[in-house]
Design a protein around this ligand. Structure first.
Ligand code: CS2
Ligand code: MG
Length: 403
């Protein structure tokens, strides 16, 4: 069996998605997600110019060999563009292999470790009251875990907090980066009030999570973690930038609030020191940005040795292809923690028909052979690419900050 044909598909039903389709000489095909939010066309160029020509004629069943061919063979290792391109190939090849085997992907990985995959939804609000209403909406829908983000008095707009209930929290149509103004001390003074209110209204049973978007220094993160201990969070996410992994050691010494990180990671090596020191509790790498199923499986196995669990990133800027493959992975992986979920819009769901389903705050993997997600190429073509940028964050004095 040979790879006969492969091509990229870019579609923008509200935001950009990059999909790689690989077709064998016997007609079986697989698809992989290659979406790198805000830098989509860099991955398209990498795939079209450097990867696809080298794939034609190879045996699609040799997933492991093709992974190393693209990783070691490029000489330039790691990095989000390279690893997203490799991931798309890997995901498509696993899709093909599972279709050839006539099995849903989770069976090929080793079978079910659980029946249901717990997800967390997103509640955001301009103020505490609006945010509590959003939490309540999720609880009514059966969610057992909710990420809670609220506006902060004195900060006009914050990435991660929608301006109006039900709106996306990140304008996906900003041609060039929007600018936000950030104040750490206002944020730190306010956030414990939010979580006190959530526990008071919803009691102890609900899992609550919070994302800091890398905005704090280690000692500030330690203060926040300590202040939130009475409200026993499921996790505190991205509390400090993760390039300097030792920062997590400092935070860890001060607080028992569980720590999660990894949505910007693209390799096991970004997480190795964090995991081996048990400085984190959850690893959030995605199949799309961290080299696909083949690589993230190694990362999850390493994490498992140290009682670190998975909590994959699942925003709307990853396509349903990544989410579908992730749900199979979550169904299999022994050290599963939780799966993030932000609903895709109706056009996106129509372009990417899928067989996973949400039931009372849990995903259930489908039984179709492969990862269970397809693409309607005609419909995809009616939503052409549109440049879109993530925002930037500045301190009140103008200094460019993290978000
Ligand atoms: C966020 C994301 O889902 C999350 O936890 O941090 O919205 C993230 O900012 C975007 O995926 C960036 O592309
Ligand atoms: Mg995040």
């Amino acid at each position: 069996m040979k790879i006969a044909h492969a091509y990229t598909i870019v579609t923008s039903p509200g935001r950009n998605f990059v999909t790689l389709k690989i077709v064998t000489d016997q007609g079986t095909y697989g698809i992989g997600d290659a979406t790198l939010n805000g830098r989509e066309m860099a991955v398209v160029a990498y795939l079209d110019e450097h990867v696809i020509p080298a794939l034609i004629g190879r045996d699609p069943q040799r997933i492991e060999d093709i992974w190393h061919y693209l990783y070691r063979g490029a000489y330039w290792r790691r990095g989000p563009v390279t690893m997203s391109a490799i991931a798309a190939v890997d995901m498509a090849l696993w899709d093909i292999k599972a279709k050839l085997a006539g099995m849903p992907l989770y069976q090929l990985l080793g079978g079910k470790s659980r029946e249901r995959v717990m997800v967390y939804g997103h509640a955001t609000g301009r103020d505490i009251e609006a945010c509590l209403d959003e939490v309540s909406r999720h609880v009514e829908q059966g969610y057992k875990a909710v990420r809670v983000q609220a506006g902060v008095p004195g900060i006009e707009s914050i990435y991660g907090v929608a301006k109006q209930a039900g709106e996306p929290y990140e304008p996906a149509d900003a041609d060039l980066p929007a600018e936000h103004v950030w104040s750490t001390h206002k944020y730190l003074n306010h956030i414990p009030n939010l979580f006190a209110a959530v526990r008071e209204r919803f009691g102890d049973d609900l899992h609550i999570l919070h994302d800091v978007h890398h905005r704090l220094t280690p000692i500030e993160a330690a203060r926040l973690g300590k202040a939130l201990e009475p409200y026993h969070l499921f996790w505190l996410e991205d509390c400090v930038p993760a390039e300097h992994q030792e920062s997590f050691g400092l935070v860890r010494q001060h607080t028992t609030t569980p720590l999660a990180v990894g949505e910007v990671f693209n390799s096991l090596f970004d997480a190795k020191v964090l995991i081996e020191n048990q400085w984190i509790d959850y690893i959030r790498a995605t199949l799309t940005h961290a080299g696909g199923i083949t690589h993230v499986r190694r990362l999850a196995d390493l994490a498992g040795l140290y009682q670190v669990r998975t909590g994959f990133h699942g925003p709307t800027d990853l396509s349903p292809v990544c989410l579908g493959a992730a749900i199979h992975f979550d169904t299999w992986v022994p050290n599963f923690g939780i799966q993030e979920y932000m609903p895709h819009n109706a056009q996106t769901n129509a372009i990417f028909p899928h067989d996973y389903r949400l039931e009372e705050g849990d995903f259930i993997a489908g039984e179709q052979p492969g990862h269970g997600v397809d693409i309607d190429e005609t419909l995809a073509a009616s939503f052409p690419y549109k440049r879109a940028s993530l925002p930037v964050n500045r301190l009140e004095d103008g200094t460019l900050w993290h978000w």
